[in-house]
Design a protein around this ligand. Structure first.
Ligand SMILES: [Zn+2]
Length: 478
């Protein structure tokens, strides 16, 4: 029942959105992947005025005091002065205007599990909790958890999220996660995975992935589809899920026939040699957690065009390689790297802190031997993430013709003022609370630090309800 998935107000709004999106009459959002677009603010015609504009575009450079014109979701022009005829002016004096952050790996479905997880108790760590409660997820839990994570992302200035969905328990669960992505107005990729508790020799639901690919609803170009693979090769952690090379060949082959990209954790023993010997690496593969690669493996990755995503907050605490995030080595080797949040159960969504962590660990271990600037870190968190997701000609920089995904950051706040070099300020001083305005595809989703349309308190209430239900269903000790 649809009412089980969404509250009544949502259903009514979703119906209106479906009409606008041209969905077939009589089909419900959960079946079509229809969007709640009616509840999202319209794409306007804006001029952002008076901001310090960081375009992250080498040909354009930055503007200490510049303007950005946005029309119908697109960046129309950027400069010291732009044509403002007919546009609504957004006064951004005292703010930094920059591309929104691009996350490249995030297990959004876990977001509601915060009250159950513990950072300092392994029995209540990420893997035991996600395994024990993940099997009890209903589609409505997936919807509410993904929505909670995305609301947090937007509040922190993250405009693109790669939803690493490794608990797709049924087609309805996939549809629910996608509905949550569409309803929040975020840009992103949905990477389809196997459910928690699946046996390692049980194939993933390739038929359902093919269904999604065939009937794909991109929410007006905002969403793309991919596949998240289980670890490949023997993994000593039985809770992570791993498949043989033969199974990987079969699954990856089917995914590639659909033209979809693949993502894979390298949390256990390095699979790079194994994958390369099997002919599986390529530019359509993203690896996650660059902790233990050898120089030889990095050369292979550069050769194959395979990318890496680093999630610094979690990686810094990994017992196997704590603090050895190989950002410097990868950049030196010519391997493309991007930045990710991973999850927000025992870590916050804070791209500023992620950049700070990467800088600190790099300085601690490598220092000036491989120079790393604060501007380079901001690139990592924006344009390099867009490249990882195949979106670098659409987002990640403020270039005319790009889609308008951007954020305004208040530099008058006490932790930033008086502001100096903007890149240094972003990496060493800023925090999510400084994000004033968030625009995705020309829609202003947040203004003055508040959501413009989304029912924020409703999202939080539903998240609490969901985790309480999950605990009850699992007979979780209180
Ligand atoms: Zn992960």
């Amino acid at each position: 029942m649809l009412e089980d998935l969404f509250d009544r107000r949502h259903v009514l709004a979703a119906g209106a959105g479906l009409a606008a999106a041209g969905a077939l009459p009589g089909q419900a959002p959960a079946q079509t992947g229809g969007t709640n677009a009616a509840a999202l603010p319209p794409r306007g015609d804006y001029v952002i005025r008076g901001a310090q504009v960081l375009t992250l575009e080498h040909n354009l450079g930055d503007f200490p005091r510049g303007e950005v014109r946005i029309r119908n979701g697109e960046i129309a022009s950027v400069g010291i002065r732009v044509n403002d005829s007919g546009a609504e002016v957004i006064d951004a004096a005292g703010m930094i205007c920059m591309p929104g952050f691009v996350d490249t790996h995030w297990h959004l479905w876990t977001s509601v599990l915060r009250p159950v997880m513990r950072l300092d108790d392994p029995d209540y760590g990420y893997f035991p909790v996600t395994n024990r409660l993940g099997i009890h997820y209903q589609p409505s839990d997936s919807y509410r958890a993904v929505r909670l994570g995305l609301v947090q992302a937007l509040a922190a200035g993250v405009t693109t999220v790669h939803n690493w969905a490794h608990n797709v328990r049924s087609p309805a669960h996939a549809d629910a996660e996608l509905a949550a992505m569409r309803d929040t107005g975020v840009r992103g990729r949905f990477s389809y995975g196997t459910p928690q508790g699946a046996a390692n020799d049980q194939p993933m639901d390739l038929a359902d992935l093919a269904r999604l690919a065939r009937d794909w609803n991109s929410a007006e170009g905002l969403l793309t589809l991919g596949m998240c693979s289980r670890n490949v090769g023997d993994d000593p952690n039985p809770l992570r899920g791993s498949v043989s090379v033969e199974m990987a060949k079969k699954e990856w082959g089917a995914v590639r026939e659909l033209g979809l990209p693949i993502t894979l954790h390298t949390s256990g023993p390095s699979p790079i040699g194994l994958l390369d010997a099997a002919g599986l690496l390529g530019p359509d593969v993203q690896l996650v957690h660059p902790l233990l690669t050898t120089a030889e493996e990095r050369a292979i990755l550069r050769e194959r065009g395979t990318k890496y995503s680093t999630s610094p907050i979690g990686e810094a605490t990994r017992p196997a390689a704590a603090g050895v995030i190989q950002l410097g080595e990868l950049l030196e080797s010519g391997v493309k790297v991007s930045m990710s949040i991973d999850h927000t159960t025992t870590a916050n969504c804070d791209c500023f802190a992620c950049m700070r962590m990467l800088y600190a660990l790099h300085q601690h271990r490598i220092g000036r031997r491989i120079p790393l600037t604060t501007r380079r870190l901001v690139e990592l968190a924006t344009i390099d993430g867009a490249h990882d997701l195949g979106l670098d000609r659409r987002i990640g920089s403020l270039a005319p013709g790009n889609r308008a995904d951007l954020i305004l950051i208040r530099t008058g706040d006490v932790n930033l003022s008086p502001v100096g070099d903007p890149y240094d300020a972003l990496v060493s001083l800023a925090e999510p609370g400084n994000v004033d305005t968030v625009m995705v595809d020309g829609r202003i989703l947040r203004r003055h630090g508040r959501f413009t349309a989304l029912d924020h308190s409703g999202v939080l209430a539903h998240a609490r309800e969901t985790v309480d239900d999950l605990r009850a269903r699992a007979n979780w000790p209180t």
